[in-house]
Design a protein around this ligand. Structure first.
Ligand SMILES: [Zn+2]
Length: 126
């Protein structure tokens, strides 16, 4: 989630719930699966305040990285329910997680392309 001042990082660690729901994919997550995400990334002008920080799962956090939140949420809408899997480590879950991840990698690539095209279009319009 980019560079976070040490004091804020400690504050986040202390506030982190043991169990919660991922604010993006809505799965129940526990322990190390729970991560903090800057809704608007720091590099895009987002702040370190709690109004810009939410709890989400590791996968959503990694996949959202570098993608505008609106596009990320659009991709979530497209995600088949069968891909929304828990992170347990039995064989079946591992396979499901692989499907989930490959779906996400494709969705994020698609979003990045859309973003790139929109940038080109707006530059053309000038
Ligand atoms: Zn998630």
């Amino acid at each position: 989630m980019g560079h976070v001042p040490m004091k804020k990082a400690q504050e986040i660690r202390r506030a982190k719930p043991r169990e919660t729901k991922c604010n993006y994919c809505k799965r129940t997550i526990k322990g190390a699966e729970v991560t903090a995400d800057h809704v608007i990334p720091i590099i895009e002008g987002g702040g370190h305040g709690w109004d810009n920080i939410i709890w989400c799962c590791i996968i959503c956090n990694q996949l959202k990285s570098g993608v505008q939140v609106d596009y990320f949420l659009d991709a979530l809408e497209l995600m088949p329910i069968s891909h929304r899997v828990p992170l347990a480590m039995d064989e079946e879950s591992k396979n499901a997680r692989r499907r989930y991840q490959s779906f996400w990698i494709k969705a994020v690539r698609r979003m990045k392309k859309i973003l790139a095209n929109e940038t080109l279009l707006s530059e053309d319009g000038v």
